[in-house]
Write a protein that binds this ligand. Structure first.
Ligand code: 8YV
Length: 313
C-alpha cells in the first residue's frame, strides 16, 4: 500500500500533482483541525519545502509519521530534534541545486557592483540623453568574503576565481585550502572584503550572524549578498545600513519574514532583491522534484533513502 502524504505550504504544485498520482495526498492548508485529527493516524510522510515550518506540534500530532521529505537543501524549518526523537527520518535535496544558487550569488554580485538594475532604470526613465550613468565598482580582482564554506560557498569560490577575485572565508570549522584565506572572525573577514557573500546554512548558531558590527566592518563601499537564509542576517541592521549609506549595496534573495521584503530595500540603484529564486531554474526544480519522489518511493518500498540528513549532534 502506498503511503499517505501531508503536503505543507510552499511545495510546488507540479510536484504535488505528480505525487498525487501514486499516493494519497492531503493538503495541510485545506484541513481544519478536526479534519487533520481524523486522518492523523494515516500520515506517514510530510512533504515540505526549504521554507516550510514543520514544528514539533505537528510532528507529534502524527503517530504514524516516518519521513519528512524536504524539497530543498535547507531544512532549518523542520524541528529536526523532534523528528529524530521519534526516529522520523528527514531527506533533503543537496548538490543538485548548488550550481544554481552559486550562479545567482554571482549574478547578484555583478548586478549590484556594476549597478545593472540602476542603469536599466536610468534608461527606462529616459535619462540617458541628458548625461551618462555614474561609474560603478570593479569586480575583477577585488576581494570576496564567503560566509559558510560548504558546498555552495565552494561553488561560489570556484566561479569567483574566474574573475581573479581574492577569496577569503569564514566558517564554523577552520578551512585549510590553497584557494581561500580563512579568517577566524567574521569581522576580520568583512574588513578584508569588498563583497561579502552569505552561503551559511541557517540554524541557532548562524542566526543574525551578519550583525551591525559585521556590516560596519564591510563599510560604505562594501556589498552584502545573501543567497542563504534571511535569518542569517540582522535585517533591521541591513536596512539601517542601506538607509544611512554605511553599506555600499546589497543583493538579497532571502528575507527574514518571506514573502515580506522591507520597503526600504526597494527602488534603490544599489540594492537588488529577488524572491528566493536561488534554485529556481526549470532544470534544477525538475531534478529536485525527482529526488523528492525517489526518496518517497524508496521509503514506500522499504529501501534505503537516497539523501537522508544526518542526525543532529
Ligand atoms: C527552495 C531552498 O527555494 O534549497 C533550499 O533550501 O530554500 C530553495 O531551494 C525551496 O525549498 C523551494 O520552496
Amino acid at each position: 500500500m502506498s503511503a499517505a502524504i501531508l503536503r505543507v505550504e510552499k511545495v510546488p504544485d507540479n510536484l504535488a500533482e505528480q505525487l498525487a498520482q501514486n499516493y494519497t495526498l492531503y493538503e495541510y492548508n485545506k484541513l481544519s483541525a478536526e479534519d487533520l485529527g481524523a486522518i492523523a493516524g494515516e500520515i506517514q510522510v510530510i512533504l515540505a519545502s526549504g521554507e516550510s515550518k514543520v514544528e514539533a506540534a505537528l510532528i507529534n500530532q502524527l503517530p504514524a509519521l516516518k519521513l519528512i521529505a524536504v524539497f530543498g537543501v535547507g531544512y532549518d524549518g523542520v524541528d529536526i530534534h523532534a523528528a529524530f526523537r521519534r526516529n522520523i527520518q528527514v531527506t533533503n535535496t543537496p548538490d543538485i541545486l548548488t550550481d544554481d544558487v552559486a550562479d545567482l550569488g554571482i549574478a547578484l554580485m555583478l548586478n549590484v557592483s556594476r549597478r545593472i538594475i540602476g542603469a536599466q532604470r536610468f534608461i527606462e526613465r529616459g535619462d540617458w540623453p541628458f548625461g551618462a550613468y555614474p561609474p560603478s565598482t570593479k569586480v575583477s580582482g577585488s576581494r570576496l568574503g564567503i560566509v559558510g564554506y560548504g558546498r555552495i560557498g565552494r561553488a561560489v569560490a570556484h566561479r569567483a576565481k574566474g574573475f581573479a577575485m581574492r577569496i577569503g572565508c569564514f566558517d564554523r570549522y577552520p578551512v585549510e585550502s590553497e584557494d581561500v584565506v580563512f579568517y577566524p572572525t567574521l569581522v576580520e573577514l568583512a574588513q578584508n572584503s569588498d563583497v561579502l557573500m552569505v552561503c551559511a546554512s541557517a540554524g541557532k548558531e548562524s542566526a543574525k550572524l551578519i550583525n551591525r558590527e559585521v556590516l560596519a566592518a564591510l563599510g560604505s563601499n562594501g556589498i552584502l549578498i545573501n543567497i542563504a537564509r534571511g535569518s542569517v542576517v540582522d535585517e533591521d541592521a541591513l536596512v539601517d545600513a542601506i538607509i544611512d549609506g554605511t553599506l555600499g549595496g546589497a543583493g538579497i534573495d532571502v528575507f527574514a519574514n518571506e514573502p515580506h521584503v522591507p520597503r526600504e530595500l526597494l527602488n534603490r540603484d544599489n540594492v537588488v532583491v529577488t524572491p528566493h529564486t536561488g534554485s529556481a531554474t526549470l532544470a534544477t526544480r525538475a531534478a529536485m522534484a525527482k529526488l523528492v519522489m525517489d526518496n518517497i518511493a524508496a521509503f514506500n518500498a522499504g529501501q534505503p533513502l537516497l539523501t537522508p540528513v544526518p542526525q543532529p549532534k
